[in-house]
Design a protein around this ligand. Sequence first.
Ligand code: GRF
Length: 218
Amino acid sequence: MLASGRGTNLQAILDAIAAGSLDAEVVGVFSDRPEAGALARVPPSLRWSDTPAGHATREAFDAAMGDAIAATRPDWIVCAGYLRILTDGFVERFRGRLLNIHPSLLPKYRGLRTHSRALEAGDAEHGASVHFVVPELDAGAVVAQAVVPVAGCVDPGALAARVLEVEHPLLVSVLRLAVSGRLAERDGDATLDGHPLFMPLRLDSSGQLAPFPQNPQD
Ligand code: GRF
């Protein structure tokens, strides 16, 4: 897990693992901010952090973090509120195993201030996306999205809180697919059970991802 902030998405994953609803293990939390709240959510042995200012280049920082990540031999690397743009070298090193949760309905609103931009545009719907990471910012294949209505949210903070509520089940649901070996990236597309998704899965009102085949033979 890569995180720069408070780590509520990380906590949702830890809770799902503890509840037995996600068959996974968090093998490390990596941060560019030693004071990040996310780090405190796991035992000290799982924490890695460093300050980019102590490295000559962005590439050098990402190489150091990448080596620390590789040493934990993760199956998947998940960015959840990791606020630095990853260098191309880092992305290529872990490509196909690197997921990010982004608070917008991609391809709308890549980058920052997504909630303000959705409000300014007068959008009726907003939400969150989980996507594979590619070198171009927030441009990788989208695996799944969760949609919320904008109505009633008068400021970006209120809208962010509404989106965050669906981010947690969205990320956990996608990770269930990932850890069970059903999810992959092929030729820039997200695939489920070997088939291109063509469009993102959606989190439905019961917190399930739909549509996707219950039985891959069907
Ligand atoms: C989330 O809204 C995520 O989508 C965004 O940063 C926020 C992280 O929240 N990229 P948290 O640190 O998981 O609480």
